[in-house]
Write a protein that binds this ligand. Structure first.
Ligand code: ADP
Ligand code: MG
Length: 394
């Protein structure tokens, strides 16, 4: 395979490890500077130049997009996707996960623990919002901060209000988050590749420091990740749409709480702490998936005009409840059940003999008017029911 690593730092640990791991597995690998691409957006012919020369042929791309170049970097990854080249992480998922608020919003709908988080603009809304999440101390975060720099602990509501106002006046968007004090300056980093955690570590902040980032003087230690943390990390990566992700979690009294999902996780800390060949795992995952470049589901569904994906909870639906899928009035309307979510587990591509239960979340594909009729016949609209004509990652 011909693999390109998109990186501005060819000599940094992560980039060189990925290059070496790819070469060791017999691939041709090049490190390309993300900012040297020119994208040609042209009718029917998405194209790209590198350093003003036509792009060499590439089978797979590993994006390592730094936070300072998110906009351009995501555009480069998107262009590769449009050209049918496999990308280890999708552009949309990189963009969504980069913004801490957006990532929390996406996660909040699913069975993943997150610290209570608030986003406000009006000065008068700050104090009441802080009270709603249990009062001070609270954490204030820049939406796109990294390495702990934009993360502040405010001991009182007054201080929090002053900091938020100062940041707002400097045109910075911030979120307010419940301070999980029982995590005591530590967090857990799980490295997810595909659908599993390949390595994990605990990070401990320097003495007197609540931030555990290694860039803030934090240290690392091996951590045998309990099952609920493994599950949460994999779910967080799946929900944000990242195949390769560094998932940061706090050990709260209520179990794992996800802080962020990093699309270009650093490899040095985790490989050194655990001795695991994470770079090799990433290359192996690419080998397994390169035949399937990303499909822009939203776009494909629109092209199909009138068709869509609908998700609803089975609730007061006698036509469906306790019936086998093949006996429910779905097939006759050409409605395909793509998956059933039951007690937080997903049954993909369920068979005809699967019995539908009350509380099941059905993901269906079909003609929108059929799906709407079907939803209309329900006696009562349960709170969670929703039409989702969109990609789960956005
Ligand atoms: N809500 C919180 N409660 C307790 N500690 C937190 C909280 N949010 C962040 N921290 C600490 O601050 C560190 C940096 O926060 P994070 O959201 O990961 O931002 P960054 O992107 O800058 O790393 C975390 O690793 C954790 O140690
Ligand atoms: Mg972090």
């Amino acid at each position: 395979m011909k693999i390109a690593i998109l990186s501005r730092q060819p000599r940094c640990y992560s980039t060189s490890r990925l290059k070496k791991a790819a070469a060791e597995r017999g691939h041709k690998v090049r490190i390309l500077d993300t900012l040297r691409f020119s994208m040609q957006v042209e009718h029917g012919n998405p194209d790209m130049y590198y350093g003003n020369k036509p792009l060499p042929s590439i089978d797979a791309v590993i994006p390592r997009i730094g936070s300072s170049i998110t906009f351009f970097g995501v555009a480069v990854v998107k262009q590769f996707e449009e050209m049918g080249v496999y990308t280890a992480n999708e552009s949309l998922a990189i963009r969504s996960s980069r913004d801490k608020l957006r990532a929390m919003q996406i996660l909040s709908r699913y069975d993943v623990g997150i610290p209570a988080t608030i986003f406000v603009r009006d000065k008068d809304d700050i104090m009441p919002s802080i009270e709603r999440i249990g009062g001070p101390p609270v954490i204030i975060k820049l939406l796109e901060g990294t390495q702990g720099v934009g993360v502040i602990l405010a001991e009182t509501s007054k201080v929090a209000e002053a900091i938020i106002q100062a940041l707002h006046s400097a045109k910075q968007n911030v979120l307010i988050q419940k301070f999980v004090k029982e995590s005591k300056g530590t967090d857990v980093r799980a490295l997810v590749v595909g659908d599993r955690v390949v390595a994990a570590m605990r990070r401990r902040g320097a003495p007197g420091e609540f931030r555990s980032n290694v860039h803030r003087g934090g240290s690392t230690e091996v951590f045998d990740l309990p099952d609920d943390y493994q599950h949460t990390a994999v779910r967080a990566a799946q929900i944000t749409g990242l195949r390769i992700a560094g998932v940061d979690m706090l050990e709260s009294n209520d179990g794992p709480q996800v802080l962020e999902v990093n699309s270009s996780p650093g490899l040095e800390g985790i490989e050194t702490a655990t001795g695991i060949d994470v770079a090799g795992e990433i290359i192996a995952d690419i080998e397994n998936n390169v035949l399937f470049p990303d499909v822009d589901l939203k776009q494909r569904l629109r092209l199909a005009g009138g068709f869509g994906l609908v998700e609803f909870v089975v609730h007061k639906m006698p036509d469906l409840e306790k019936k086998a899928l093949r006996d429910a009035p779905l097939q006759e309307k050409d409605i395909h059940v793509m998956s059933i979510t039951r007690e937080n587990a997903v049954i993909p591509n369920p068979k005809g003999d699967e019995i539908i239960r009350k509380g099941d979340l059905l993901l269906c594909y079909g003609e929108l008017h059929e799906l709407r009729n079907f939803a209309k016949n329900r006696k009562r609209k349960p709170k969670k029911s929703k039409l989702i004509n969109r990609q789960p990652t956005d």
